[in-house]
Design a protein around this ligand. Structure first.
Ligand code: ADP
Length: 490
């Protein structure tokens, strides 16, 4: 494998790097900036403004003003939807530019980021359609009275997102928030600040009034924490690490903010001997290596029935060794770099731990290339449930094959994790498949497929994988307050 020549070359990034507050691009109050890198080369792309607590306060004031005094609060719901459709059209028109920018800053392959931009468009359109369909109920309450419910925006929402799907996570959070009439203070991840800024420009172009969407880049412990602490923020939506969520939950308790969390996973992917072997091998490969393993739903615990294990592992190893790494701008490349040096080192640390604890390294296991933060796709066999590579979320291209025979304790083993985000099963036996779907503790279950996502289906976690659901109609529940109105009827 060699570093391929990029087929597409983005212009050196010369876009917006400031904070977006009240539709104005401004520098941070304390002049703070941070560097953002291209993970494929380790080179600096640009300096980006980092928001201080003062900037968070200004953004919250702008968002509050937009909600209570600006045109947004008075706008017909259908008009909100039309703005969202317009933004979706603009995003679609700028697909290639957004995809290249995302690839440059995150290391995700260009094929994946083009797909992500398509997901952004679909998400904005789906929620644009909801804007004028968010209805309350009429309730047969006490005699002589009539009650109905209103579903009103929660208010100013703080949204904190991670680096693995920067544009898509933005859209999953903007979509329902805007459809329900909220205003937004968003903090993108410090590793990937750029694509959100371009989305801010497009939102202004689409015609969103000042203060509806505010964008504050910066670090979690400063900008993120100031958003969590701010008493003017009514609700928080967070996607990221479970340990960060626990800090946020504790801090948000001071102001009793509503919080929704979409966190990590250690998803079981179970292959029975009666599965279509070819499909299951391909599925297991995609389950773990998609996006360089940087997916909260990654199928990192691969349970394989003993009778097919040797052949299954041999076929998966062969595919793994052939995976094409290189410049993420090359359309023939399947895996780019990990997002950062820190992530690369963390992953390589887990590989070392896997070997030390006695797992069999079948493929990969090393840093790849001369520069950038690449990790070879890595396959371990003979992993036991207690090994660190089987218990911890690695967030990289490392899969653990856990052998099983018989089904007696299989569900118990699959559920033996604090996480509960996703799971999959490969079998031709319909009873086995549905029994698994019923018993597994996970917010998403795939049968004979993996990583099939659509904006129409709810997504979120059981246990420490979070609370609340994103996507689908359910996401709207997180962005409205229900108000009961009772009228005396003579
Ligand atoms: P990851 O391990 O995927 O980087 P994090 O949970 O650290 O996950 O980051 C996800 C998002 O949470 C990022 O935008 C990050 O800046 C933010 N973040 C990190 N720490 C905090 C914090 N203490 N308060 C608020 N946000 C935070």
């Amino acid at each position: 494998m060699s570093l391929a020549t990029p087929l597409v070359r983005p212009a050196l990034f010369a876009g917006q790097t400031k904070l977006l507050i009240g539709n104005q691009w401004v520098e941070s109050a304390d002049g703070g900036t941070f560097e953002t890198l291209n993970p494929a080369t380790g080179e600096t792309i640009s300096d980006v403004c980092a928001a201080s607590a003062t900037d968070v306060d200004l953004a919250v004031k702008a968002a509050r003003h937009a909600l209570e005094r600006g045109p947004w609060g008075k706008m017909e719901a259908g008009e909100r939807g039309r703005l969202m459709f317009k933004l979706a059209d603009l995003v679609e028109r700028h697909t290639e530019e957004l995809a290249q920018l995302e690839t440059l800053n995150s290391g995700k392959t260009i094929n994946d980021t083009r797909g992500d931009v398509g997901g952004v468009v679909a998400t904005l359109r789906y929620y644009a359609g909801w804007a004028d369909k968010i209805e309350g109920k009429t309730i047969p309450s006490r005699k002589g009275f009539f009650s109905y419910t209103l579903r009103q925006p929660v208010g100013v929402v703080g949204q904190i997102i991670p680096w693995n799907f920067p544009l898509l996570m933005l859209a999953w959070k903007w979509g329902p928030a805007l459809a329900c009439g909220n205003t937004i203070v968003m903090k993108p991840a410090e590793q990937t600040p750029l694509s959100a800024l371009r989305m801010g420009e497009l939102a202004i172009e689409a015609g969103f009034p000042a203060g509806v969407i505010n964008l504050l880049n910066g670090y979690g412990e400063t900008t993120g924490a100031a958003i969590v602490d701010h008493p003017g923020i009514d609700k928080l939506a967070f996607t990221g690490h479970v340990d960060t969520a626990k800090i946020i939950a504790r801090n948000a308790a001071n102001t009793l903010k509503r919080v929704t969390f979409e966190l990590g996973g250690k998803s079981p992917n179970i292959v029975f001997a009666d599965a279509d072997l070819e499909a299951a091998v391909n599925g297991a490969y995609h389950a773990i290596y998609f996006n360089g393993g940087q997916c909260c739903t990654a199928g990192s615990r691969l349970f394989v029935e003993e009778s097919i294990r040797p052949e299954f592992v041999a076929r998966l190893a062969q595919k793994t060794k052939q995976r094409r790494l290189g410049s993420p701008l090359d359309t023939t490349v399947e895996q780019g770099p990990q997002v950062s040096l820190e992530q690369m080192n963390k992953i390589l640390g887990y590989v070392k731990l896997g070997e030390e604890q006695g797992a069999t390294l079948v493929a990969g296991g090393a840093k790849w290339g001369e520069r950038g933060f690449f990790v070879e796709p890595t396959l371990f066999d003979n992993v036991t449930d207690q090994m660190a590579i089987a218990t911890d979320e690695i967030f990289g291209p490392v899969v653990s094959v856990l052998p099983f025979s018989g089904t007696d304790d299989l569900i118990e083993r699959a559920n033996n994790t604090n996480y509960g985000l996703a799971a999959a099963v490969w079998t031709k036996d319909i009873d086995k498949a549905h029994r698994f779907a019923q018993q597994i503790q996970a917010g998403t279950v795939w049968i004979n497929c993996y990583h099939i996502f659509d904006v129409t289906t709810p997504f979120g976690g059981f246990k420490e994988s979070g609370y609340g659901r994103e996507k689908g109609e359910e996401a709207l529940l997180n962005y409205t307050e229900t108000k009961t109105v009772t009228i005396k009827v003579e």
